[in-house]
Design a binder for this molecule. Structure first.
Ligand code: ADP
Ligand code: MG
Length: 500
């Protein structure tokens, strides 16, 4: 993406002239066993149109029944976001005609959401605290998934056919909407990313969603407007959709700031519209934004109000797990990490993975070493987040334990990790298939040591003169001869014995 291609204002100039106002709408799919208003399953990746029933297919006469677990989990999210929980809330019909919703309305909540007026305290990259105020967190149902084929882009324009998969329709969604975020200035893109990241951690910790942005179980719309520095009235906002990674959240905000500033500076107006995030980091005009009136909201007559008496809410509060920020403080203390070290782990998205690796039996130092160096490098190479590299904490813990037991050298361990990432199977399978075990045959190693000593008389001489640190070249030669499969400790021991 270049400024010239898209007619963007330089970021620093934007900040001299304008002040960004931002609003984030995050949809989280709950992984309840059944749908929000009917009994069919919710598993991701099931055959298309296999998780369906009369309610989510919108068949005449079918009646919705509220999933109590869905309500409980909505309350959980609300409590963790410091929201007030409405004792009585209602479902409403959001009416529109589109093939992603067989009933022609989506069940949502409108003027009576279950949770409202909360906040989430987050930390920016350098540790600066930031409070994001939450307007509401409401319950709704997901829509069917449309796949457009026949075109080149996978989008509807240019497609010749569209396929409808109703599996997703009716899966419980919680939509979490922030109040307008003001005053972030140059840090607006960073605040957006840090907020979504914190929210993702939170719902994962609550155990209510796997919050995978790449699989659509967490979806972000980012609203942005600009106002002239020194003014208070909000400008017209655009709403960017299709943002599928943390990096894209940040980029979408940055791009809209630069794009809108150029339009405004040139005397143009911003249209209230939805825009689509593009893989090159830009946003593209979508449809003009509907207003609430367009949807003809009204209370769903098929569904009674949802009652959440205070005793139930308090009972749910007692089931909240240790929340991420509290856990973070505890881990930092237990592992004796500095603020900066801790921040690096969190920013790299490595903390949970390291914790899971430790839970699977590794020490914090070993687990950290693997995730922040080798696996992070692999993630960067592939351009994916750490948890999408293709290796699990359990597998890393296995590799670490094999190294500890002397069955793999660090070098062989990396090859085992490479194999797992490449999809060659589990750790043991990769080791067997690639023949990665450390050579235990003392005879073969001893022969290689003898050979290396004979080939390096100068080193032997230095060693005997008292410089015992010169054995690196010998170890290297033995490693080469055994194709990296000798245990360096054993080799060092043999060298010491022979030169004693
Ligand atoms: P809609 O359903 O129309 O998208 P929502 O209320 O669900 O409206 O969400 C709008 C989001 O945009 C909220 O986070 C809100 O705080 C934010 N927002 C509202 N007005 C503006 C504005 N002028 N500029 C930036 N963000 C705004
Ligand atoms: Mg909205």
């Amino acid at each position: 993406m270049t400024a010239a291609m898209y007619d963007l204002m330089d970021f620093d100039e934007v900040l001299e002239k304008f002040d960004p106002v931002m609003g984030l709408e995050v949809h989280v799919e709950l992984h309840t066993e059944t749908k929000m208003f009917s009994g069919s399953g919710t598993n991701f990746g099931a055959d298309p149109n296999s998780n369906v029933d009369p309610v989510c297919l919108g068949l005449p006469g079918a009646l919705p029944v509220v999933n109590a677990k869905g309500v409980e989990w909505a309350i959980k999210i609300g409590l963790a976001l410091n929201c007030k929980i409405a004792e009585s809330s209602r479902f409403a019909r959001k009416n529109y005609f589109y093939p992603d919703q067989p009933k022609n309305y989506q069940i949502s909540q409108y003027d009576e959401p279950i949770a409202y007026d909360g906040y989430l305290d987050i930390e920016l990259d350098d540790g600066t605290p930031w409070r994001v105020e939450i307007e509401r967190a409401h319950m709704e149902e997901d829509t069917a998934k449309l796949t457009h084929i026949g075109g080149t882009s996978g989008r509807i324009s240019g497609a010749t056919k569209s396929l409808v998969d109703v599996n997703r329709a009716g899966i419980p969604l919680i939509e979490i909407v922030t109040k307008p975020i003001e005053g972030a200035g140059e840090r607006a893109p960073e605040v957006a990313r840090a907020y979504v990241s914190a929210l993702r951690d939170l719902v994962k910790t609550l155990g209510v969603s796997d919050a995978r942005m790449d699989q659509g179980s967490m979806r972000v719309d980012s609203n942005l407007s600009l106002r002239r520095v020194g003014t208070t009235e909000f400008g017209t906002r655009t709403e960017t959709k299709n943002i599928n990674s943390l990096r894209s959240v940040e980029q979408a905000v940055r791009f809209e700031m630069q794009r809108q500033a150029r339009v405004l500076e040139d005397g143009g107006v911003i249209d209230q519209e939805t825009r689509h995030y593009q893989e090159d980091g830009s946003t593209k005009k979508g449809r003009p934004k509907e207003t609430a009136e367009d949807y003809r909201y009204f209370n769903d007559p098929d569904l009674p109000p949802v009652f959440a008496p205070a005793e139930w809410v308090e009972e749910i509060r007692t089931t909240l797990p240790e929340l991420p920020w509290i856990r973070r403080a505890r881990i930092q203390k237990d592992w004796q990490l500095s603020d900066a070290e801790m921040r690096d782990l969190v920013n790299a998205g490595a903390l949970d993975l390291i914790i899971e690796t430790v839970e699977a039996g590794s020490t914090p130092d070993e687990a950290r070493a693997w995730w922040v160096s080798y696996i992070t490098a692999k993630a960067n190479e592939a351009g994916v987040e750490l948890d999408a590299v293709g290796i699990t904490p359990r597998q890393i813990a296995q590799v670490i334990s094999l190294v500890g037991a002397g069955k793999l050298t660090t070098k062989l361990a990396r090859q085992a990790v490479d194999g797992v990432i490449a999809g060659e199977g589990d750790v043991a399978e990769v080791i067997a298939a690639r023949g990665l075990e450390v050579v235990r045959d003392d005879g073969a190693i001893e022969a290689a040591v003898d050979e290396a000593l004979a080939a390096n008389p100068d080193i032997v001489e230095k060693y005997r003169a008292g410089n015992t640190k010169v054995t690196g070249a010998i170890v290297g030669a033995v490693m080469k001869a055994t194709r990296g499969k000798a245990d360096p400790q054993q080799v060092n021991k043999l060298i010491a014995e022979k030169l004693a």
